[in-house]
Design a protein around this ligand. Structure first.
Ligand SMILES: O=P(O)(O)OC[C@H]1O[C@H](O[C@H]2O[C@H](CO)[C@@H](O)[C@H](O)[C@H]2O)[C@H](O)[C@@H](O)[C@@H]1O
Length: 260
C-alpha cells in the first residue's frame, strides 16, 4: 500500500490511514520523532548516518511552526543526538537512551544513573566486537553491539547479550541488526513525560517511528488520543498509520509545512 500525499489543507490528515479518521486541527497536535530509520536513513554503522542540511532546515521550520510541540525520542543517547544535530538539538524537547534520559527547557537534563555493572558487561561486548570485526557502540546509559556488517553473528551476539543481561541485571534491548545492554526506560514513558510540558499540555501526540522500541511510543500516543505512524514495511504494530520510508516522512513534513 502506498502512502498518499494529502492535499495542502489547514488540517493534519494522517498520511496512511488504516481507519479513516476525522481531520485533526494542526494547532492541537504535538509531533514526536524517533531518529534512526525515521528522520534519517539507516547506515552501515552508527557513525555513518547522514544528517543533511535539508533535514536540519525542516526541523528548524517545524520548531518555529509548532512552538514547544516537537520532540525527538531516540534510542541514541542525548550526547549522541547533540553530536549529530548540533545546535538544532536545542530546538526541541529530547528523550534519549530509549527514554532513560530527557531534556526539556523546563526541567533541563534528567537522566537515570549509569549502572555500575555496565562497565564489566560493556567490556565483554567490546572484546567480542573487536575479536569478530563487529561494531561496538559506547552509549551514556548502554552499550551496543552491531552486526549489520556481519549478520551471521546475530545468534552469537544475541546469546552473549542475553547472558550478560542476566548476569549483570541489565535490560536487554534488541534493535535493527544490533543488541544493546542498557538501563531501564521506554519511549512510552518518555512521551508521557515530555507531553506534560506546558507547551504540549492537552495536545494530541503523533509519534513517528520504525523500530520495535517505538511500539511503546505508539501505544502511549494512542492512549493519549493521538496515534503512532510506522515508518517502513507493514508489520504487527500499535501504530494506526504508516509511511513507506524516511523519504516519505520528509515529504509529509514538507507538505504540512506548506500549510502553515
Ligand atoms: O531509537 P532510534 O533513534 O531509532 O535509535 C535506535 C538505534 O539506532 C542506531 O542503530 C541503528 O542505526 C544505525 C545507523 O543507521 C545502524 O547501523 C544500526 O544497524 C541500527 O540498529 C544507534 O546506533 C543505536 O544506538 C540506537 O539505539
Amino acid at each position: 500500500m502506498l502512502a498518499e500525499r494529502q492535499p495542502a489543507t489547514d488540517v493534519l490528515a494522517p498520511p496512511l490511514a488504516v481507519l479513516d479518521p476525522p481531520p485533526l486541527a494542526l494547532d492541537n497536535v504535538s509531533l514526536f520523532f524517533d531518529f534512526d530509520g525515521t528522520l534519517v536513513d539507516l547506515a552501515p554503522t552508527p557513525d555513518a548516518v547522514l544528517v543533511d542540511q535539508r533535514l536540519l532546515d525542516r526541523l528548524d521550520t517545524l520548531a518555529e511552526r509548532f512552538p514547544g510541540r516537537v520532540a525527538i525520542i531516540s534510542g541514541r543517547s542525548i550526547t549522541q543526538l547533540d553530536a549529530m544535530l548540533g545546535r538544532h538539538a536545542q530546538l526541541f524537547a529530547v528523550a534519549g537512551s530509549h527514554g532513560a534520559e530527557r531534556r526539556t527547557p523546563e526541567d533541563g537534563h534528567i537522566a537515570a544513573e549509569r549502572p555500575a555493572s555496565l562497565e564489566a558487561a560493556a567490556a565483554v561486548l567490546r572484546a567480542f566486537a573487536d575479536a569478530n570485526g563487529l561494531v561496538y557502540e559506547a552509549k551514556s546509559l548502554g552499550a551496543g553491539l552491531h552486526y549489520r556488517m556481519s549478520p551471521a553473528f546475530e545468534p552469537d551476539a544475541v546469546r552473549l547479550a542475553e547472558d550478560l543481561a542476566a548476569t549483570h541485571g541489565l535490560t536487554l534491548q534488541r534493535g535493527k541488526m544490533m543488541v544493546e545492554l542498557r538501563t531501564p526506560g521506554d519511549k512510552g514513558a518518555a512521551l508521557r513525560a515530555l507531553i506534560a510540558a506546558p507547551t504540549m499540555a492537552g495536545s494530541m501526540p503523533y509519534f513517528f517511528g520504525d523500530d520495535v522500541t517505538d511500539e511503546d511510543g505508539f501505544e502511549a500516543a494512542r492512549a493519549l488520543g493521538g496515534a503512532g505512524i510506522l515508518i517502513g514495511e507493514p508489520r504487527p504494530t500499535a501504530a494506526a498509520y504508516r509511511l513507506n520510508d524516511v523519504a516519505a516522512l520528509r515529504d509529509w513534513i514538507a507538505a504540512i509545512l506548506e500549510t502553515r
